[in-house]
Design a protein around this ligand. Structure first.
Ligand code: COA
Length: 388
């Protein structure tokens, strides 16, 4: 049987979802029917997480109860601290979260009395604790207390990072970024999570797989890479020249382009406005101007627009967050969307198992080992490394 192949599943619908809609024209992204613009302007991240998972916005007592539960779930088990302390200081923060998620799955497994909803809240509450416990232990040789009294996940993260509660503006900037990063239909990491969920595996396994997919620079890792790009230029002129040269060398510019959006990413102007405001407050106009110049050159040369990751990078930078923590913040946000998708997948489950078009050798007779001659070895690691 020959079936048409769609490389990268581009343009292929592989399932139904009631969680979000991505409008290819770029005019809108909606979570459960609410526009991202309205949510970023008027809601908080915890409200959005509730909306994604429960399907409706919470009323004030439901939101208050969620916030209280999240506050109570910020502590780390001693065994988790031991693992975090034993990871190398050179570990990438995304690998810390991927490992931490897996470890929590051993310490607090899903099955039994621990429901999916409880695990979502636990992960949302303690991913920041894991990351910053590991960070302070290795950088400052200090075992921090991970339970703070901050009302929000953004505030908790920033408080643990700097050791003091954040300013209102910085807390809200990160809160908005979490809303923008919370959910995006069948993106690569969500799909990875749904594939794992479709085998009836446990919640932590699905989230761990999703973290692994998010880490790549073609997906969530683009925000860290975008920061390195912007910071690499001293001036707007150098940026323009450098980007033109990179394009001539057929390089990909991180933070630009999108698989689904063709005219613009609706999240980008929202986070760009925050990046601008934060740059003005932090005296970072030069860096912001460099970012804008890159945007102009990408538009002029390739007709490509910035995606959510491009201006998230300077926004986080002006909040005092190190580049390696940008994608982990994306993990914290997207845990809400991933969780909604895992729950939805379970409710309408069908094992995800696509087909492949075979391109290997035709059927052939097995050759005994002593009759194989001196052909070059197929498992030549250097050749494989060159190919990938
Ligand atoms: N920089 C330079 N060129 C880019 C580009 C970028 N960021 N994004 C796409 N292009 C070009 C490709 O080189 C290709 O050009 P060609 O037809 O001349 O070969 C064309 O645009 C189509 O790219 P393609 O990779 O087929 O599109 P895609 O839908 O598979 O890729 C992304 C989507 C997101 C993977 C891609 O835009 C990209 O790599 N962006 C940078 C990483 C990033 O920001 N990821 C976060 C996404 S939210």
């Amino acid at each position: 049987m020959t079936v048409p192949v769609q490389a990268g599943l581009a343009g292929v619908a592989v399932g139904q979802t009631a969680i979000s809609t991505v409008d290819a024209s770029g005019s809108g992204l909606h979570y459960r029917g609410y526009s991202i613009t309205d949510l970023a302007r008027q809601a908080g991240f915890e409200e959005v997480a509730y909306l994604l998972i429960a399907g409706e916005l919470p009323n004030s007592s439901q939101l208050e109860a969620l916030r209280a539960r999240l506050k109570g779930l910020r502590g780390l088990p001693e065994e988790m601290k031991t693992v975090l302390e034993s990871l190398p200081a050179s570990t990438h923060p995304m690998d810390v979260l991927r490992t931490g998620c897996s470890v929590l799955g051993c310490l607090e497994p899903e099955f039994g009395s621990r429901s999916a909803a409880r695990i979502v809240e636990r992960l949302l509450a303690c991913f920041g604790s894991m990351l910053l416990y590991w960070h302070h232990f290795h950088v400052h040789r200090h075992r921090i207390e991970t339970e703070t009294d901050d009302d929000t996940i953004a505030g908790h993260f920033l408080h643990l990072l700097t050791g003091r509660p954040p300013t209102e503006t910085i807390q809200r900037a990160v809160d908005v970024s979490l809303i923008l990063y919370a959910e995006h239909e069948f993106n690569a990491s969500t799909f990875a999570g749904r594939v794992v969920a479709s085998t009836r595996s446990d919640f932590y396994s699905a989230i761990t797989a999703a973290i692994g997919a998010l880490k790549g620079p073609l997906h969530g890792g683009a925000n860290e890479a975008a920061m390195a790009l912007i910071e690499g230029y001293e001036s707007t002129e150098a940026a323009a020249e450098g980007i033109r040269q990179a394009l001539a060398d057929k390089q990909r510019i991180m933070g630009f382009g999108h698989r689904v959006y063709r005219q613009g990413d609706p999240r980008s102007p929202i986070i760009k406005a925050w990046a601008k405001k934060l740059a003005e407050q932090a005296g970072g106009q030069r860096l912001f101007a460099i970012a804008e110049r890159i945007e102009q050159v990408m538009k002029a040369e390739k007709g490509l627009f910035p995606n959510v990751d491009f201006y998230s990078a300077p926004a986080y930078h002006f909040c005092g967050i190190p580049g390696a923590f940008f994608t982990p913040l994306f993990v914290i946000a997207r845990t809400s969307g991933w969780s909604a998708h895992i729950i939805e997948q379970r409710e309408q489950n069908k094992l995800i198992r696509p087909l492949a078009e075979y391109t290997g050798p035709a059927s052939r007779a097995f050759v005994a080992i002593d009759q194989r001659g001196l052909k070059p070895a197929a498992m030549d690691c250097d050749k494989i490394n060159d190919r990938t």
